[in-house]
Design a protein around this ligand. Structure first.
Ligand code: SF4
Length: 271
């Protein structure tokens, strides 16, 4: 997952996950993917101290969020938003997904996908597949880059295999290249994903790096500098000009403001 987790004030700028969904649903605290730019970890561990640093990498199911009933929301909902669907918690995640679709919801399932989890979800939710839109976070095609920024998440091949599998099973599929970790090669990444995408490919920058990315080691500042050089306004305009005619490609708010596209006006409007 990635993006701003802000559902509070309707009048606020529509950014992050609010572009995609009217509500965020989670059932777990913590995430073992360990992304260095993680907004959820920043908020829960650094900003509020609600979760101890050593606890964050150990996903802990919140039983109440699995056991509760869910209403029919007024638009597409996103699951999960502040953790991921990992093998050790996939069964609880499926219980929540079943409740959401049973209530009639359209659910955006966002994940750095583990193939075994996606296969299980595809099999169990098959009869409700019209209500599911997968959005897989495939932020680079280079495993060296993925291993640095997202050290606990699946490699590129597993994410692509998950995308291919969900598409072949007849589910609606989309990709999130946010944050784009390797902007130099984004056109080839879009080309690799596109044959298995039925809905959209979203592209966005890494936001609030100075706040969220911890630079206490030697390597991170070097990697971060390289990443920032890849998302300057000039680079963004170049990427936009190369991909703007691809009908699958959609732009997150961080790109729209550089190339002066209209921003979403209501949560869940830009899906
Ligand atoms: S996958 Fe996990 S660690 Fe990575 S950004 Fe999402 S919640 Fe954070």
């Amino acid at each position: 997952m990635y993006g701003g987790n802000n559902m509070a004030a309707e009048k606020r700028r529509i950014a992050g996950t609010r572009e995609w969904a009217v509500a965020e649903i989670d059932c777990c605290a913590g995430c073992s993917h360990g992304c260095r730019y993680c907004y959820a970890r920043y908020r829960e561990v650094v900003a509020t101290g609600r979760i101890a640093p050593e606890q964050w990498p150990k996903p802990a199911i919140r039983g109440g969020d699995v056991e509760r009933d869910y209403p029919l929301y007024d638009g597409q909902v996103m699951f999960p938003a502040n953790h991921d669907i990992q093998p050790e918690i996939v069964d609880d995640c499926i219980v929540v997904l079943q409740k959401l679709v049973a209530a009639g919801n359209k659910v955006l399932v966002v994940s750095k996908p583990h193939l075994q989890c996606i296969d299980k979800i595809c099999r169990i939710l098959r009869s409700n597949r019209e209500q599911i839109l997968f959005r897989f976070s495939i932020t680079a095609g280079d495993d060296d880059i993925l291993r640095f920024w997202e050290p606990g998440a699946p490699c590129f091949c597993e994410r692509l295999a998950s995308l291919r599998h969900a598409y072949a099973q007849g589910y609606a599929t989309s990709v999130s290249i946010e944050p784009m970790l390797d902007s130099e090669n984004i056109v080839s990444l879009v080309a690799a994903c596109a044959p298995h995408v039925s809905h959209s490919i979203w592209i966005g920058k890494m936001n609030k790096t100075e706040q969220r990315v911890c630079c206490e080691d030697e390597e991170t500042p070097v990697r971060l500098q390289r990443l920032r050089q890849g998302q300057t306004d000039a680079k963004i305009r170049d990427i936009y000009s190369r991909l703007k005619d691809n009908p699958l490609v959609r732009w997150k708010e961080s790109i729209k403001e550089v190339v002066q596209l209209k921003l979403a006006e209501k949560p869940g409007e830009d899906r």
